[in-house]
Write a protein that binds this ligand. Structure first.
Ligand SMILES: [Zn+2]
Length: 221
């Protein structure tokens, strides 16, 4: 199987694993990242260096102008990044309105451009509760519409949909991946904070797998 897929790659651990999953399944990969003004721009730096090392074509689409019209996300605005677990209501502040529909739509246009038959993104089981655009019914409908939106059908797939973050990490560890090459903390500081929802979930996934996270964390966590 050597079909070309566009992988939406943020630089975080889920999409890092997805990128390698695509390669492991024999696909030609084009990686696509988005700069939407996230304060954790370090994710993008990780994405660039990983793609350069793997010789994977990588584009970053600048969608920072979205910030002028999209309110309410602590990832793009000056709101405090909430601390605690993803399942909590406070984490809804991290939702960018209509995020995945916008990103998948751009990625589908890119897929047509590079002749890719599918767009992959890293939605997974742990995301369902708070992110409507990570649910199976959303993926199924985006897949249906992206297959008919152009002369060239493009599938939209979330290969990790049935997995938890811990399962995804287990898959990546089995592939021998180095998670020091990922960044997930929502705070854009020198070290990961260990307290934001993203850090908490990441640390849980490592604990579940009985492995320590190769990233260094701020003191006291
Ligand atoms: Zn953090």
């Amino acid at each position: 199987m050597t079909d070309t897929v566009v992988v939406i790659y943020s630089g975080g651990m889920d999409s890092f694993t997805l990128l390698h999953e695509a390669r492991a399944r024999g696909h030609r990969v084009h990686a696509l990242s988005f700069n939407y003004g996230q304060r954790h721009v370090r994710e993008l730096a990780c994405a660039r260096s990983v793609c350069a090392a793997l010789a994977i074509p990588h584009k970053v689409i600048d969608i920072r102008a979205m910030g002028e019209v999209m309110a309410g996300s602590s990832l793009t605005s000056d709101l405090e990044v909430p601390e605690g677990h993803y399942e909590e209501d406070s984490m809804k502040a991290t939702v960018v309105p209509n995020r995945n529909m916008i990103l998948l739509s751009l990625a589908t246009g890119y897929a047509v451009t590079v002749g890719a038959g599918a767009v992959w993104y890293g939605a997974h089981g742990g995301d369902h509760a708070i992110y409507p655009d990570c649910r199976p019914e959303f993926v199924a409908r985006m897949d249906a519409v992206c297959r008919v939106a152009n002369y060239e059908p493009v599938a939209v797939e979330a290969p990790f949909m049935a997995l938890t973050k811990g399962d995804i990490l287990a898959r990546g560890l089995a592939l021998g991946l180095d998670y020091a090459r990922t960044w997930t903390c929502y705070n854009g500081r020198e070290q990961a904070c260990g307290r934001c929802g993203s850090c908490v979930e990441r640390l849980e996934a490592f604990a579940e797998n009985g492995v320590s996270d190769p990233l260094s964390y701020e003191a006291g966590c």
